[in-house]
Design a protein around this ligand. Structure first.
Ligand code: NDP
Length: 449
């Protein structure tokens, strides 16, 4: 549209914003994206990517122990160099940040390294003072860690700071029992820290299948991670020696060297000016949107965590792609939110797709549940007493697999492939008709009785 500076102005160059900007530009739109921090957003800069690399790094603690049972002579106390891993991880983050930036540039997307706020249905003000106009605005500003209000909360860190620690703390307390808490409990524990995880309820990973999350709890406790439940955070007191005394309800205070909050994430909408376009945020501060990611203001759209639909990178990417194809590509597309696979990169990891057993019972009534509870071959030889659990939930009437849930080594890698079968509505008989790939852990999926 000739009257506007841009056809599309994207605020936020994370997973959703970058995809939407790049694809819209490829469809011929004149696009700018404003990013106040670094191109790549949470996933690349301070989330999925560096976290997964730390998970790999942490796993060597067990691998080095197990290696001895496989004939390798390993020093009795192998040394871990946090600074070396940190440097390498941050360098990889820089590399991906560069790759994202050049992808945008090669699609002629203008990158504006400034904070931008909405000033009306078609206008945006940049931190430097410039005001620009766009036919459409896409809000893709993501979310940030929520820190419960309590005395001394400023002494705690979040997943934003964890990648920049000077050293691995000797004792860590993690508040929360969701994705980030369980992933970092595993990471810190493998790096030699004593980990205490506290949660306000008595449930970890609420959205996962009860049997699977119980298995993680049991294995984590066996490894030496301390769990405290019904523990509402009360406050942090910094002691003379620099340690932190954490008080909570129903339990004695704990003394640690680092407190990490992993108590959910809130949409980044504060001060974004959306009210100037007549957009009312929901109770959690998210931008309410319809199935086409369009807000109540027709020229303003939103994708990714800021909409608080499903806070996962691949979902934000799909939303960004669907937006670009619908609005600028002449190809109306909607994201299908059914059967989204998800994983927790804990030690061992969890992965799941579809309904949990209790959801299936509630929704379908009559279900058949098949399980395989086994020790991975590698764990048997390593004398590692850690059992995998695979669970298949089927609708009794149709035999259709409606849920698949797993805990064990490589569960996310295995589940990604199996999720295709669940998404394709295959039946237990289809799984049974597939010949096992032996010897593997994944073969249990076609051998369940
Ligand atoms: P989660 O929603 O997974 O877990 C939040 C935890 O904090 C829960 O245990 C919850 O308790 C507790 N909690 C929530 N609010 C409060 C409060 N006010 N006071 C005390 N405790 C509280 O959040 P995370 O921060 O771990 O992760 C945020 C999101 O990021 C995830 O939901 C996920 O979508 C995404 N993510 C995905 C990853 C992956 O795909 N592997 C990895 C990391 C993050 P209760 O159970 O009682 O509600």
């Amino acid at each position: 549209m000739a009257g506007y500076d841009y056809d599309l102005f994207v605020i936020g160059a994370g997973s959703g914003g970058t995809r939407a900007a790049r694809v819209s530009a490829a469809h011929g739109a004149r696009v700018a994206v404003a990013e106040e921090y670094r191109v790549g957003g949470t996933c690349v800069i301070r989330g999925c990517v560096p976290k997964k690399l730390l998970v790999y790094g942490a796993h060597f603690a067990e691998d080095l122990k197990d290696a001895q049972r496989f004939g390798w002579r390993v020093p009795s106390a192998p040394e871990f160099d946090w600074k070396c891993l940190q440097e390498n991880v941050l360098a990889e983050v820089d590399r991906i940040n560069g790759a994202y930036t050049s992808t945008l540039e090669s699609h002629s997307v203008e990158i504006i390294p400034e904070r931008a706020v909405v000033t009306g249905p078609n206008s945006v003000k940049l931190a430097g003072g410039r005001e620009v106009t766009a036919e459409r605005i896409l809000i893709a500003v993501g979310a940030r860690p929520a820190v419960p209000e309590c005395k001394g909360s400023e002494h705690g860190i979040t997943s934003n700071e964890v990648f920049h620690l000077d050293a691995i703390p000797r004792r860590v307390l993690i508040a929360g029992a969701g994705y980030i808490a369980n992933e970092f409990a595993g990471i810190f524990h493998q790096f030699g820290a004593h980990v205490t995880l506290i949660n306000r309820s008595d449930v970890i990973l609420r959205s996962y299948d009860a049997q699977i999350r119980d298995r993680l709890l049991q294995i984590s406790m066996m490894k030496g991670i301390d769990f405290r439940f019904h523990a509402e955070f009360a406050g942090i007191e910094k002691q003379a020696d620099g340690s932190l005394k954490v008080s909570m309800t129903n339990h004695d205070p704990v003394e640690v060297d680092c407190v990490m909050f992993a108590t959910g994430r809130v949409p980044n909408t504060e001060g974004l000016g959306l009210e100037s376009a007549g957009i009312e945020l929901d109770a959690k501060g998210a931008v309410p949107v319809d199935e086409d990611s369009q807000s109540s203001c027709p020229s303003i759209y939103a994708v990714g965590d800021v909409t608080n639909r499903v806070q996962l990178t691949p979902v934000a990417i799909r939303e960004g792609q669907a937006f670009a194809d619908t609005v600028f590509g002449g190809k109306p597309t909607r994201v299908d939110y059914d059967c989204i696979p998800a994983a927790v990169f804990s030690h061992p990891p969890i992965a799941g797709v579809g309904m949990t057993e209790s959801e299936a019972k509630q929704k379908l009534g009559n279900v058949r549940v098949y399980t395989s509870d086994f020790r991975a071959m590698k764990n048997v030889l390593a004398n590692r007493n850690e059992r995998c659990l695979y669970k298949m939930i089927c609708e009794a009437e149709t035999d259709r697999v409606v849920g698949l849930h797993m805990i064990g080594p490589d569960a996310p890698e295995i589940l990604q492939a199996a999720a295709i079968a669940v998404k394709a509505r295959l039946t237990k008989a289809d799984f049974d008709a597939t010949v096992a790939l032996h010897p593997s852990m994944a073969e249990e999926l076609v051998l369940m009785r």
